[in-house]
Design a protein around this ligand. Structure first.
Ligand code: FES
Ligand SMILES: [Fe+2]
Length: 436
């Protein structure tokens, strides 16, 4: 007797069989089970986490079509300071011009494409000039090409002008050979990069986040610690794990002691992000916690007693507590590999406290513990997703609505829909009935 999924009701058998034809990765139909309302939806197709073809397409569809938080604005604090970041496999120089304005460029020489600066560069070069290591073409921090030695007359050694006669240079004007620009902007302590040739303004993507964090003055916060983690999992798994606290009791026994289920809310307005918050912020226990640094004195009563957990689409986690922030920049490297940079930041007021170094140390340890627990479990998810028997699962609707929102944002971009999700009606949406 054959087993008919429609009569047995085996939900796994109702989902698309694997592997899915890569030509369908951009078809709306492929995402129909994820498009259902959250209480009936299935998770994103497993190929989205495992297929190199999906990964390559997603890099283009998701990572080159909007703003990606790629670094910290404090790293580019003056003309000529720079960071080299990577988005969608492109190396990008972010710097400030001589007027202090942010500028972004593809890290590619306009002569024969040599990479100009290495990933660790913190200054563009002497006197604010970007020099190609190959034939010394030179650019300023507005990207203008200043010199193409021996090609059209500049840098010719004295007395050798006749040898380097450039009157035969045809159809070349170095003004046409400036660095290829990339849109850059900032919000709070974040630097954003947008590879789209026609980028929408950053505020359209951020939605109401600037308003929600207005009292924190995030632009003034200072990085204290950075740690890099090499993760054997797709970046979306890192994000989806961050967006739900369903796993708290089992993955984070220590965190679970300081962060109670019933104190969690959804915290999502319009914008390309997912959000939850804990109110009140729980106090430390013997297992550690989030105390240890003085809270910012300018916060209103809600912010002063809340932890905010926001995933900035597509790949950045932002945690803001009254006394510190913790950020995870996740750079997808392959379908099953992500390089994550964690940054612990504090507001400047906290540094006035003599106990600040100890407080920062304690926070760094606590976050490292929690983050390692998270990464260990998402690597197990990655292993499970590789099994073709699994076609997708159901979302636990109370906890996993933010995943549903995120997965639909990914699906939107994959099929070419440019849409910013609307938010909940309330600023804070309780997920459980009030225990009182
Ligand atoms: S490739 Fe840069 S100067 Fe030749
Ligand atoms: Fe976690």
């Amino acid at each position: 007797m054959s087993i008919d999924a429609t009569t047995t009701g085996d939900p796994n058998a109702l989902l698309p069989a694997r592997p899915i034809d890569p030509a369908l990765f951009t078809a709306e139909e492929t995402y129909r089970h994820t498009r259902l309302p959250v209480d009936r939806a299935s998770t994103l197709i497993p190929d989205a986490y495992t297929s190199p073809a999906f990964f390559a397409l997603e890099q283009e569809k998701v990572f080159t079509s909007g703003w990606v938080a790629a670094g910290l604005v404090s790293d580019v604090d003056r003309p000529g300071a720079c960071v080299v970041v990577e988005v969608a496999g492109r190396s990008i120089i972010v710097t400030r011009n001589r007027h202090g304005e942010l500028r972004g460029f593809h890290n590619v020489c306009r002569h024969r494409a040599t990479r100009l600066l290495d990933a660790t560069a913190r200054e563009v070069g002497r006197r604010g000039r970007i020099r190609c290591p190959y034939h010394n073409w030179t650019y300023d921090t507005d990207g203008s090409c200043l010199g193409t030695p021996l090609f059209e007359g500049s840098d010719v050694p004295e007395g050798q002008e006749p040898i380097f006669d450039t009157s035969g240079t045809a159809g070349f004007d170095r003004a046409d050979y400036g660095l290829l620009p990339v849109a850059v902007d900032s919000w709070g302590f974040f630097l954003f990069v947008n590879l789209s040739p026609d980028p929408a303004p950053l505020p359209a993507q951020l939605g109401d986040l600037p308003e929600r964090f207005a009292d924190h003055g995030l632009a003034r916060w200072v990085p204290q610690r950075r740690t890099t983690y090499d993760v054997a999992a797709n970046y979306k798994l890192v994000g989806e794990n961050f967006m739900e606290y369903y796993h708290l009791p089992w993955v984070h026994p220590e965190l679970n002691q300081v962060s109670r289920f019933s104190d969690h809310y959804r915290w999502q307005g319009p914008g390309m992000y997912t959000g939850m918050c804990t109110t009140p912020v729980s106090r430390n226990t013997d297992a550690g916690g989030w105390d240890g640094l003085a809270p910012l004195s300018t916060l209103g009563p809600d912010d002063a007693d809340s932890g905010r957990f926001v995933w900035l689409f597509p790949s950045t986690a932002l945690v803001v507590l009254p006394n510190h922030a913790f950020v995870l920049f996740n750079r997808p490297v392959a379908a099953d590999r992500t390089v994550e940079t964690a940054v612990l930041l504090t507001h400047p007021e906290s540094l006035d406290d003599p106990g600040a170094p100890d407080g920062i140390e304690q926070l760094a340890k606590f976050w490292d513990l929690v983050n390692r627990q998270d990464l260990e479990i998402v690597e197990q998810v990655q292993l499970g997703l590789a099994d073709p028997a699994y076609r997708g699962g159901r979302m636990c609707f109370r906890f996993e609505e933010p995943l549903h929102r995120f997965q639909n944002m990914v699906a939107d971009r994959m099929v070419g829909i440019d849409r910013v999700p609307a938010g909940d009606d309330e600023t804070m949406t309780r997920m459980f009935p009030d225990p009182a």
